[in-house]
Design a protein around this ligand. Structure first.
Ligand SMILES: [Zn+2]
Length: 147
């Protein structure tokens, strides 16, 4: 069982079993968070990981990306991004931020990169090839566009 926690320890999540891969997404929000996502539905293996918020529901606040369908949850005390949910199922953890894992060796998983920004630009240099973006391309940024 993998333990995940924010920095101050208010928010705690368990994940069972642990992931075999995490996703580095370069979309406008994921690249800012620097999150690496362990999805509770592993679509490569077609299996589910059981993620449970075991502490800290009252410490959480959510950022909802515009009118998008996703909520990003962070600790209101220390600011760490712990997980995301689909707005249609706000109580079901969809992805856990692997950066918050406590007892886990990153070398034990593959890092896949998803090119949702459609730029091919990533801060990370993992060994796996880049996946084409699953999200539709946004218009290229203009001179006053800060996405
Ligand atoms: Zn915290």
């Amino acid at each position: 069982m993998v333990r995940a926690a924010c920095h101050c320890g208010a928010v705690r999540i368990t994940l069972e079993p642990g992931p075999t891969w995490v996703l580095d997404c370069n979309c406008s929000i994921c690249r800012r968070y620097g999150a690496l996502w362990a999805y509770t539905h592993d679509r490569l293996a077609d299996r589910d990981l059981d993620a449970r918020l075991i502490q800290g529901e009252d410490a959480l606040e959510v950022y909802i990306w515009g009118n998008r369908w996703i909520g990003f949850w962070r600790c209101r005390n220390c600011g760490c991004l712990t997980h995301h949910t689909a707005l249609s199922e706000p109580s079901k953890i969809r992805g856990v931020n692997a950066r918050t894992f406590v007892n886990f060796d990153p070398a034990s998983v593959t890092i896949h990169r998803s090119d949702n920004a459609h730029t091919g630009w990533f801060w990370s240099r993992p060994d796996a090839p880049i996946w084409e973006g699953a999200q539709p391309a946004m218009a290229p940024p203009g001179p006053d566009d800060w996405r």
